[in-house]
Design a protein around this ligand. Sequence first.
Ligand code: NDP
Ligand code: 8X3
Length: 252
Amino acid sequence: MKQIALITGATSGIGEACAKRFAKAGYNVIITGRKADLLAALKSELEAMGVEVYTLLFDVRSYEAARKAVESLPEAWRAIDVLVNNAGLALGLDKEYEGDLEDWDVMIETNVKGLLYMTRLIVPGMVERNSGHVINIGSVAGDAAYANGSVYCATKAAVKTITDGLRIDVANTAVRVTNIKPGLVETNFSRTRFHGDEQRAANVYKGITPLTGDDVADVAVYAASAPKHVQIAEVLVLATHQASGSVIYRES
Ligand code: NDP
Ligand code: 8X3
């Protein structure tokens, strides 16, 4: 029987790449997101790879919506082997004392509470089955604050602590817990951060070859495919010319 991976925020970037990489590795996949058309297109693409696909349309910020979605899964889809908590975003790049309150709320509700909601809904089944793997997409931004990014960085620091806490709480089970902390990955991330400003978004990746969503997805599949006694607890994955959240060498 094929294993099942559920990926949140599968309609773009790292999440979409994870859906494709897990499908390529032979998993049946549950893809979740907020954009029905993109989910449907990805479903067709993945099915053409020979795997089964189930789509769930909801916003991770709503516990009720997430609960209804997860509870709507048919019996055959309920034993989720891998949960990839990927849905997340940065909004704005502002000094902390000038930040936009709405941006803060969206980041905290998505990156922290949404991830917790999915964990709360899916991990009890893993514990009951004594089997499963939670892969949280953290960030190098969670290792240390960088200029104008304090709230986003704080949400990713929270992801690290929440991931570590979960690992402790399931240490008596066979459930594994991984925090993948990418650096610069060229996706829709910066477009979203700068509210659609294409030029500002493109500048983020100027003079450096950034990671791709596939590079991060490869790490996720590696962690999931390690022998059962091996728990990849945390992976910091950076572009070669990035050294930390704030140290980036750019060729001019
Ligand atoms: P993208 O913007 O390309 O993808 C983000 C995905 O998350 C989209 O599918 C988006 O859907 C979804 N999403 C956002 N908010 C919600 C929500 N409330 N409910 C459901 N889905 C939601 O960015 P990335 O692929 O780069 O980001 C994925 C994760 O990787 C994030 O957690 C991000 O913080 C993290 N990360 C990114 C890095 C980078 O440099 N790109 C580096 C380190 C970590 P929608 O289009 O509907 O908003
Ligand atoms: C995304 C990477 O460095 O833009 O988490 O914050 S960074």
